[in-house]
Design a protein around this ligand. Sequence first.
Ligand code: SF4
Length: 314
Amino acid sequence: MDMKIIPIQVAPPAKSSAWYQTPSGEPRGFIQPHALDELWFHTGTACNLACPFCLEGSKPGDTRLQLLRFADAKPYIDEALTLGVKQFSFTGGEPFVAKDMLRILDYALQYRPCMVLTNATEPLIKRLKQLKPLLQRPHALHFRVSLDHFDATKHDIGRGAGMFDLALQGLRELHEMGFSVSVANQMLADSTPSETAVCFSEVFRASGLPEDLHRVEFPDFHPPGLDVATPQITTNCMVTYQTEDSRRAYMCAFSKMIVKDKGRMRVYACTLVDDDADYALAETLTASMAEPVSMKHHRCYSCFKYGASCSEMR
Ligand code: SF4
């Protein structure tokens, strides 16, 4: 008997009306995805640290987003390759709390370069030996280490006593092993950009690192689920204040993030928004690419105002 296989069409989840309109009824600004250059994985909100400002609300044992397993990641790595992905990137929580992290990297590095955002403290440091063989894979592995402030005392206020020195140790060891590294810090209210640059380069030099180490600065994104008042971004704003080129540089225009929420894998619009179900675009990357992304979340304003981006590809 001939059996015809009919593919099941999964409709995208219904969106709230706020996805489409501002509170005053104007049409929202949207970003139209044009490529999947970078695929991010959220490795889960468990972390060895409990920083009060964490945009993910991560802390030890946290399960808001669950730990990524190899079996969760592999189908998305495979699908992303069919869509022309150029890089895989990983964020948390602390990615090295996820016990499958090395296996996932080992697989992904066969196909594309990878980047891992890490606090470079104990979970990473105790796996340095296991990371070494990854230097021999066909593609490069890059680490971006969080250093909130160039002043150890100020860094440790949020992250805990001794964490600045530990993060610098992890960063230096990665560099000495031959991995490429960069640093992420918060925009500092108590220092001008040029003072910040000079002070970080002094810290890097004193630690045996290149003083011109690449640094990415982020505004305060606020903890997840917070209702932060920001100006609303309308369609008109996106045409008046942005260009075709600047719209294409938004993360949600060229990347996606895979999230494990309530045990289900979902494709979210970007790395910055995983606390609003409207941004769960689809269950497959292919379906997600057809979905325009609304700029309704308060973090979208950081992209609009500062050009905020977790990516190092643009
Ligand atoms: S936070 Fe930025 S990248 Fe993410 S959906 Fe909003 S505009 Fe796009």
